[in-house]
Design a protein. Structure first.
Length: 289
């Protein structure tokens, strides 16, 4: 599930978070990824972006990989798919051409045969929306196709706010519990089993285990958002979603949560609030990669 607003995946929210996402992603994972891709004779690189949203992952990653590249974009929302395809860079940093195609496709049913010829599977802020079986299936598909996976900005349930407030802990605990609820809100790709329980902040651990069981080498790096006065609009929107879904999970928090949110928003507007919101990036490489 998205760090910010559970189930609300609007173009406006995705635009608001794009710079913070770009600054948080663990760029040092690209070294081993590039080394693996350098050993592949096939060109162009074929990159499958799962839950692409407006295409921020492509805008960040295409210029950091060798060209030429062909991106295959997946999302449940045709408007988002159109934005992602239109806004993908036309060239990589080394001048390679970048092309794209868009699909509404159930990623939980991707199998190794579907990934034949794929150079990389990637996703941003997606893992925590998935269930255990979804992640196991994805790992098995990537391993079967000999395809690496770069899965970034998955929430891990850690939030640090300064100055601290006594209600920070209860709100965080309730929000994390909400993330683990049965799937019942829209997600960025069409997925089956609407009553399956989402992994939420347990997603990176589950994915690391699943890819390792499938025989792939797993690399993990922290990728927290570090938000201060310059990111006040993002922090305020994140706060609203964080508190809203905590209260939805635990209605007993409703009475103290109202003054808490108003207090935090005042601090945010005054440039007094800083937030570190934990995410983690995962790179899984085929054996020998």
């Amino acid at each position: 599930m998205s760090t910010a607003v559970a189930g609300a995946i609007s173009p406006g929210w995705l635009e608001l978070r794009e710079d913070a996402d770009a600054g948080a992603r663990a760029a040092d994972l690209l070294g081993p990824l590039r080394a693996h891709l350098a050993g592949r004779a096939a060109r162009p690189l074929v990159v499958r972006d799962l839950g692409c949203g407006t295409g921020s992952m492509g805008r960040w990653l295409a210029g950091r990989l060798p060209g030429p590249q062909h991106w295959v974009l997946y999302d449940h929302d045709p408007a988002l798919l159109a934005l992602a395809a239109a806004r993908l860079p036309g060239r990589t940093a080394d001048g390679g051409a970048v092309t794209a195609e868009a699909h509404r496709r159930d990623i939980a049913r991707l199998r190794a045969a579907d990934l034949a010829g794929t150079s990389l599977v990637t996703a941003s802020a997606l893992l925590d929306l998935l269930t255990g079986p979804d992640v196991t299936g994805l790992a098995q598909a990537c391993a079967g196709a000999g395809c690496p996976a770069l899965l970034v900005l998955s929430v891990v349930g850690r939030v640090e706010l300064a100055p601290a407030d006594p209600l920070d802990g209860p709100i965080a605990e309730a929000f994390n519990a909400h993330q683990r609820r049965s799937r019942g809100t829209p997600v960025p790709v069409t997925l089956p089993r609407p009553t399956s329980r989402k992994l939420g902040p347990d997603a990176v651990d589950a994915a690391a285990e699943a890819f390792a069981r499938a025989g792939m080498a797993v690399h993990r790096r922290p990728s927290p958002w570090r938000l201060g006065p310059a990111q006040a609009a993002l922090t305020a929107e994140w706060l609203r979603g964080w508190v809203r879904y905590a209260v939805e999970q635990r209605p007993a928090l409703a009475v103290p949560a109202g003054p808490y949110l108003r207090r935090r928003l005042r601090q945010c507007a005054a440039g007094e609030l800083r937030a570190v919101i934990g995410h983690e990036d995962l790179l899984a490489l085929p054996a020998g990669g």
